[in-house]
Design a protein around this ligand. Structure first.
Ligand SMILES: CC(C)(COP(=O)(O)OP(=O)(O)OC[C@H]1O[C@@H](n2cnc3c(N)ncnc32)[C@H](O)[C@@H]1OP(=O)(O)O)[C@@H](O)C(=O)NCCC(=O)NCCS
Length: 196
């Protein structure tokens, strides 16, 4: 339960209950103009990743409607420390014991976003808290210390995660093809972490 007028539904449950075309049509009603990757993941990849057990997507519906207010996607992943400047203290915080490790298994909040149509009807803090609570359930069952998010290098997004207890760890560059120009572009992501 998200709050009084929102309800959280795992994409997996929808795929068990309804045929795939129906679920696809439902997901097509989600748009996120501020971050097209968030929109495209839900429309093009979320179902495939669900079937392959690569990630789990959770939809937040407006109660008693088919309106998707927001969604988030969780996955297991590996964090590699690439920034040589990261302190031993931070490395110890990540591992719990060692100051020397440079690779960690992590819970990744891979996607998180609100639907354009209902932008003012849900707050990001609530979506993020639902994502964290869901990961805490996984933590109860199998352990795991670190939650990671990769945000665009944008002041407001970084602040949003900081306000919810995440700390900046390092930057990571990734190559992407610009759909309009077909040129390769470099995107910089900021990796932020929270210890469960
Ligand atoms: C991130 C998000 C969940 C936060 O929700 P929120 O706490 O309710 O806050 P708001 O939606 O009011 O956004 C806060 C500010 O960040 C800005 N912002 C949000 N996403 C942004 C993005 N992807 N790029 C640039 N600015 C963004 C908003 O325009 C707003 O700016 P303002 O204060 O000048 O109006 C929501 O803004 C969202 O869904 N963004 C698009 C998806 C996204 O980028 N997800 C993050 C992936 S790491």
């Amino acid at each position: 339960m998200v709050r009084e007028d929102g309800i959280i539904v795992p994409l997996k449950r929808l795929l068990e209950k309804y045929d795939e075309e129906k679920v696809k049509n439902l997901l097509n009603n989600f748009s996120c103009s501020k971050n097209p990757d968030v929109e495209l993941f839900l429309k093009n990849t979320a179902i495939l990743f669900e079937k392959l057990n690569k990630s789990r997507t959770y939809l937040i519906f407006k109660k008693d409607t088919k309106d998707i207010l927001a969604y988030f996607t969780l996955a297991l992943s590996i964090l590699k420390i690439v920034d040589e400047e990261i302190s031993k203290k931070t490395l110890k915080k990540l591992d719990g014991i060692s100051k020397e490790k440079k690779e960690f298994s992590i819970y990744l909040i891979g996607q998180l976003g609100k639907n354009d149509k209902f932008w003012d009807e849900i707050k990001g803090d609530i979506i993020l808290q639902e994502a964290i609570d869901t990961l805490c359930n996984a933590n109860e069952l199998v352990g795991g210390r670190i939650i990671l998010v990769e945000t665009l290098n944008n002041e407001k997004l970084i602040k949003f995660y900081e306000n919810n207890g995440f700390k900046i760890l390092q930057k990571r560059k990734d190559k992407k093809i610009d759909k309009e120009t077909n040129n390769e572009i470099i995107i910089e992501y900021v990796q932020m972490y929270k210890i469960i």
